[in-house]
Design a protein around this ligand. Structure first.
Ligand code: DP6
Length: 335
């Protein structure tokens, strides 16, 4: 690309972003190309799960390059990242291709989402490497264009993604810092199989469910209630709405055309056990599931050991990962 004298042939930066788990889910878009969601959503960042990405804008390159965990990325992933780099190039006035090296600290192929942390880290690293300053809002909105949930991995701690009605008004912001409430996500991995239908394809089918309008119309009430229960550290109220919202999203998935059934028998077994542990044993834990069979068991930090032990005792087929509340996306010092 570009010609003429080169003052600086290469511009490099490294950024890290954490994954997040939604308490009120994003499912379905009002505008697919801008990734404007059908409803606002709420999440917390996950401190233990992160992506670290190096972006090198390099005028000597003839195309964008991407490695993930040291290996060249597959065609679909490469295409999606190149499209996002095109968006960033336009915004930053950048005329070079990029070499992108991305590493996840969590095992791939566990069904644990990586697009949120990946597109947040990519956006922050690309902006820093271009020496382009952005507000947190605009960074979040830009990350959203790569993957909707990436908008929520930009701010720190407990976050709301405001659905908005345009690119500029659809961004995430923090409403409580990580240290506000010591929640832990104990993730029960029940299957390492790759998702049959990923989120991007799933968002397209959401509108075909007769239940989606009801889910969307009632989302604001659940967001207000979840935010209030987090601010008051009221676990029982939090638990009942988080489980209801997960069930609502899966009801939409199951009634879409074609139907999406993400639950495995073990997922249902865990959901029932979690309710039993809360209601009969007084353990502060509730469940939520994304577009896959793994069960996120959200609990108070003081109950995380008990939850993890009980999950492992339920079945040999269950593996467990654990994470507290995470920071926002940020630039890392050069290695
Ligand atoms: C079920 O953000 O992964 O995890 O924008 O197509 O990348 P794309 O979708 P994505 O969707 C997340 C869906 C969810 C619920 C949630 O995290 O809110």
């Amino acid at each position: 690309m570009g010609s003429g004298p080169l003052v600086e042939a290469r511009k490099t930066a490294t950024a890290r972003a954490h994954s997040n788990i939604a308490f009120v889910k994003y499912w379905g878009n009002r505008d697919h190309s801008l990734r404007l969601p059908a409803n606002s959503s709420i999440s917390m960042n996950l401190s233990a799960l992160h992506t670290t990405t190096i972006v090198d804008w390099n005028r000597r390159l003839g195309e964008d390059l991407l490695t993930i965990n040291g290996k060249a990325a597959g065609e679909g992933t490469l295409r999606r990242v190149r499209e996002h780099l095109d968006v960033l190039r336009r915004r930053f006035g950048m005329d070079a291709f990029a070499s992108v090296a991305s590493r996840n600290n969590f095992p791939m192929g566990t069904g644990i989402a990586s697009s949120a942390s990946a597109f947040a880290a990519l956006t922050v690293a690309a902006a820093a490497a271009a020496r382009f300053e952005l507000t947190e809002r605009e960074m979040s909105a830009l990350a959203r264009l790569g993957s909707g949930s990436a908008a929520r991995s930009v701010p720190a701690g407990y976050v709301e993604w405001l659905a908005g009605s345009s690119h500029e008004t659809s961004f995430a912001e923090a409403f409580a810092p990580p240290q506000h409430w010591d929640l832990v996500d104990v993730i029960a991995i029940v299957s390492r199989e790759h998702k049959h239908v990923g989120s991007s394809a799933g968002h397209m089918t959401a509108a075909s469910s007769a239940l989606q309008p009801a889910r969307v119309a009632s989302a604001r009430a659940r967001i207000d209630a979840v935010k209030q229960s987090i601010m008051r550290r009221d676990f029982d109220r939090f638990a009942s709405i988080v489980e209801e919202d997960s069930n609502l999203m899966h009801a939409v998935m199951m009634t879409s055309r074609p139907p999406l059934l993400y639950w495995e028998p073990l997922s249902l077994m865990i959901m029932k056990a979690v309710r039993r542990w809360r209601q009969q044993e007084g353990i502060a834990v509730c469940y939520t599931l994304d577009a896959g069979p793994n069960v996120h068991c959200i609990c108070l930090a003081s109950d995380a050991g008990a939850v993890s032990g009980r999950l492992l005792a339920l079945s040999e087929g269950i593996e467990v990962m654990q994470s507290g509340v995470g920071a926002g996306a940020g630039v890392m010092p050069p290695a």
